[in-house]
Design a protein around this ligand. Structure first.
Ligand code: SF4
Length: 342
């Protein structure tokens, strides 16, 4: 895996504006905001949210959605107001009703359960998650032991593991590496969740390779372009920042990783917030440069609200830091498209 390279067209780092020395004293620090680009919605999230919106328009409410369609409080609350009903499992959906599967993907057993209850389904799994499912199926079929690097309990990991539970072992923390048991050390491959920290994942891979020198890499990057690009953008500005604010929800893996990446890349402080009014004003004490970014499930309106909130407190000078220009888009799920063209 070429883990450090985002897969979209690279841009340039354009910070423009004033030259600020991190050695300035607190009293002389100019107040400015560095705004990461890319940030916010990725192609998979956009597709999943539009899928629920179009399903509501086309079939009328209620539209059931298994799990949060994407991990963002604002998005979920907005769709709820329009008639979406979020459930944990398909057995909460009335027989014959319409259910949308979230962007994080589902295990085959969930599809089977929905079929048994005669549910109409629309699968909004991100195509880049589906790609990891296909890899898992293929390597399980070829009788590999698959080491899936990911966070225990995350929906995406549960969905991918469900493709071949007898062949997949989850590796989350460093200590999990010692617990792995494989049948043939020459037939082992690692795969990963799409929204991990690129650097931490490579640490885990190196650890695994010490135990299994013949460990094979996935055929292509599992950590998706959007996760990688947002991490590259935050890294490019972190060292200049006294504070980085990441807009995103606590259950959003890629948003949480942005906070960690910012800290590891030199930001003096970093926090995850859902809304501007969650900023603790004490975080701003002695701060000059504030970095702002957002997770892949965050609509940009929430970032704009944060910028207004900061402008009211003196941080009105905003410079965009561009490290990539994303042009990825995915077609809506087939099950929905056929009804849209009628
Ligand atoms: S973060 Fe990546 S894998 Fe997840 S929905 Fe977005 S594009 Fe797809």
């Amino acid at each position: 895996m070429s883990a450090s390279q985002p897969s979209t067209e690279p841009g340039s780092i354009e910070t423009g504006g004033s030259d600020v020395s991190s050695g300035d004293t607190q009293t002389t620090k100019p107040k400015r905001v560095l705004l990461a680009k890319p940030r916010g919605y990725c192609a998979g999230v956009d597709r999943a949210v539009v899928t629920v919106e179009k399903a509501l328009e086309t079939y009328g409410p209620p539209v059931y959605v298994r799990k949060q369609i994407v991990h963002n409080k604002h998005v979920v609350e907005t769709l709820e107001k329009r008639g979406a009903i979020f459930v944990e499992e398909t057995d909460e959906v009335p027989e014959g009703a319409l259910v949308v599967f979230s962007a994080h993907g589902v295990a085959p057993a969930v599809h089977d359960g929905a079929k048994q209850r005669n549910l109409r389904t629309i699968d909004a799994t991100c195509p880049l998650v589906t790609k990891v499912h296909q890899e898992a199926k293929r390597f399980a079929r070829d009788d590999y032991d698959i080491l899936l690097i990911g966070h225990e309990g995350h929906e995406e990991v549960e969905g991918t593991s469900g493709e071949a539970p007898e062949r997949i072992q989850l590796v989350d923390r460093p200590e999990d590496v010692d617990k792995v048991q494989v049948r043939d050390p020459s037939k082992v491959i690692w795969l990963s969740q799409t929204t991990l920290s690129v650097d931490e994942t490579m640490e885990r891979v190196n650890q695994l390779r010490e135990r299994f020198p013949e460990l094979q890499d996935p055929p292509s990057d599992d950590i998706c372009y959007a996760t990688q690009n947002r991490q590259v953008a935050v890294k490019a500005m972190a060292a200049e920042c006294d504070l980085v604010l990441v807009v995103g929800s606590q259950n959003s893996s890629n948003s949480k990783r942005l906070v960690e990446v910012a800290r590891n890349a030199g930001a003096r402080d970093a926090h995850l917030i859902d809304y501007a009014d969650e900023v603790d004003e004490s975080w701003l004490d002695g701060v000059g440069t504030i970095g702002v970014t957002s997770g892949a499930s965050v609509p940009d309106v929430l970032v704009m609200q944060l910028l207004s909130w900061l402008a009211e407190r003196g941080w009105a000078d905003v410079e965009e830091v561009t490290t990539a220009n994303e042009k990825v888009a995915f077609a809506l799920p087939r099950e929905l498209r056929k009804d849209l063209v009628r």
